[in-house]
Design a protein around this ligand. Structure first.
Ligand SMILES: C[S@@+](CC[C@H](N)C(=O)[O-])C[C@H]1O[C@@H](n2cnc3c(N)ncnc32)[C@H](O)[C@@H]1O
Length: 184
């Protein structure tokens, strides 16, 4: 879904996209296995792209909950708004680092889950540190941050800011990916 649009934007700005094709359904499932949403009020997705993970989150999201999807690429954000018309979803065309501002704007204090596809390996150290501090500040004490990456490049920095990090691996994706499941 949206393969051509994804590839076109990757060729324009690979640094921001971090991949040439959307995530597989296998990776989406590995990201979300063990995610328990019945009591969730607010779930946040970083880097919606063409919605490969978004649709899987929505399948688990209770009817009373809200999903805020950050996608800074204007064309991809417009595509998400056009193709995902679910009333539980707000697509925000802005940087994920501004999560605190948008949680407040939509009436939430904290997020229950933050599910991220951001290409952390392409971020400079200070930018990554800022992003991770915003993630920690925005999560409920019982909240979970789930992040996939194609390498373990940023694993050490992520581990430093979370109490517990579980590492998983999904082979059936192009490229195969690591999944970090991070507990505050
Ligand atoms: C690897 S793609 C993943 C897309 C989709 N979630 C998937 O798994 O197929 C990463 C996405 O994050 C977006 N992105 C990168 N940095 C971002 C940031 N700081 N804030 C919001 N979106 C960002 C890119 O535009 C791109 O669409």
């Amino acid at each position: 879904m949206g393969y051509f649009l994804f590839l076109k934007n990757s060729l324009k700005n690979f640094n921001q996209m971090g991949a040439f094709v959307p995530s597989s359904q296998f990776l989406a499932r590995t990201m979300l296995e063990g995610v328990h949403l019945p009591r969730a009020k607010c779930v946040v997705e970083f880097g919606g792209g063409t919605g490969a993970i978004t649709r899987h989150i929505l399948a688990l999201l209770p009817s009373h909950a809200t999903l805020i999807v950050f996608e800074m690429n204007k064309e991809l954000a417009a595509h998400l708004k056009r193709t995902i018309t679910d009333p539980r979803v707000f697509v925000v065309c802005d940087r994920a680092e501004r999560i605190g501002h948008y949680l407040k704007k939509f009436g939430f204090k904290k997020a229950d889950y933050i599910i991220s596809s951001l290409p952390l390996a392409h971020l400079r150290g200070a930018v990554l540190a800022h992003l991770l501090s915003e993630v920690v500040a925005s999560l409920h004490p019982h909240g979970v941050y789930i992040q996939y990456q194609y390498s373990l490049h940023s694993f050490r920095q992520v581990k430093k800011v979370f109490g517990k990090v579980v590492l998983k691996f999904e082979l059936y994706n192009f490229p195969p990916a690591f999944v970090y499941v991070c507990h505050v």
